[in-house]
Write a protein that binds this ligand. Sequence first.
Ligand code: TEU
Ligand code: CA
Length: 557
Amino acid sequence: MEKKWWHDKVAYQIYPKSFYDSNGDGIGDLQGIISKLDYLKDLGVDILWISPIYPSPFADQGYDISDYYNIDPTFGTLEDMDELIREAGKRQMYILMDLVVNHCSDEHEWFEKACADPYGEYGNLFYIEDRKEGELPCNWRSYFGGPVWEPLPGHPDKQYMHVFHKKQPDLNWENPAVREEVYKNINWWLDKGLGGFRVDAIINIKKALPYKDYPSDRDDGLSDIALMLAEAQGIGEFLGEMQARTFGPHDAFSVGEVFNLKEGELPDFVGDKGYFSSIFDFSTTSFGKSDKGWYACKKPSPDDYKKCFFRSQEEMGDVGFYSNIIENHDEPRGVSYYIPEGEVCNASKKLLAAMYFLMRGLPFIYQGQEIGMENLGVVPLDQVDDISALDQYQVSLDAGLTPEEALKVISIYSRDNARTPVQWTSEKNAGFTEGTPWLMVNPNYTSINVEAQENDPDSVLAFYKKLIALRKNPDYKETLVYGTVIPYLEDQHNLMAYHRKGEKDLLVIGNFQKDPQTAVLPSTCKNLLLNNYQDLDMNEEKTAVHLKGYQAIVIEL
Ligand code: TEU
Ligand code: CA
């Protein structure tokens, strides 16, 4: 594998609405991000991915873009963006924007012009079909519920496709004009000094055509989009072209949000000549998901969790670099999701941190993760913002759950869990805003906040700083960045352990349960590099460790 400039970096995701509000309107903004750059630098992160900040009607929180060449006034101006890129650059930090080009907003002028003249050049930028009452071109279900087809405004005899919300019409990538517009836009941003992009929902750009129905998995008669995607061939032509025309010539970093990869496709996507620099490893977030809906999903156990990571790492080998996460803006808080209920504490949060962070790949930290932010818990329906959660509430009711049970289900998976404001202090609104926050603050901010943790050497925040420092330590960097992942004691229940083998032989060990357990070492421990407890109980020969509940250590062999 060729070495790249970004391999030894640490990345951080900002969900801008909830990061930091600089002007009291209750919504985070670009000046808010700029004012926290020193905090992020001090944490040790280098690459910042900012979820969409373009002009948007916010039907899907900015993932519905109405102008690809500007900044939404809620977040600031293009000048603010230039300032952010400049200020990040001064600190040797890189900014990634979100590239959302499977679809645009129905309020983008392209779609408005398509509605004005469906037969004209703008109509061809979308998937528009003739419409007959009671008939659909195909039975695909949109990700946010209901058919992917919606009557075209002003044309009751026509309909357009949206695989996400109806305010997110899909762009027709088969049309070269769409691709040209996308490349032009990417290059325009990269020329401003952007480090690269996170590429949204990209696998959806290639549809299996001509349209046909797939077997239905629910009473609605519709089919999961995944069935169609599994049959779609030829996405590589689009992605290869995009890489060659944009990211490649700029030596930019690109990370794909890629689900539904087909057998054997990893090298095409992230090999030396891959379409992307990296893709996210979603093996743990996808585990236990069901076509039926959230109510039928099952959480991974600690043993499932480690297997997911080990399998991904084995598949990837030396082909390329995964981007590793425990959460993002679409997922519940990792600590609430992966740690069994009732056992979420500082020790278990630190264990979860160490286990994923030291895997081979580029570690991403999602805002607030570094202080161990948790899920919201059950909230009344009228306080739910996430369109996906609202849809899944209905799906749960349709499946026969009581309203109370349905609320409980969505409380586990709701995207709001990750979208509550970052908890900066124990002051009003967690110090996020002087005004009224756009989404409720998690009431636990009085105990979980940045300010309190900055002054506490045992805090989750302090532990993240140690993890980052370890990954960047010149003595261990080569091993932690490029070393192979070799699972250790794979069959020992609730123990997650792996070697990172490069110049050195390091062993990461975590006791993924509340009861103590012993791990026998493959050879004597030379050096203890990291420990989420004050002390470590090791036998005299240094060949076995007796770990406390949720104890996680890194040792050099
Ligand atoms: O998500 C793409 C995606 O397929 C899923 O994460 C999806 O949102 C989820 O399964 C629904 O519950 C990306 C963005 O990360 C997400 O925030 C956007 O809503 C979506 O694309 C549309 O742009
Ligand atoms: Ca603001």
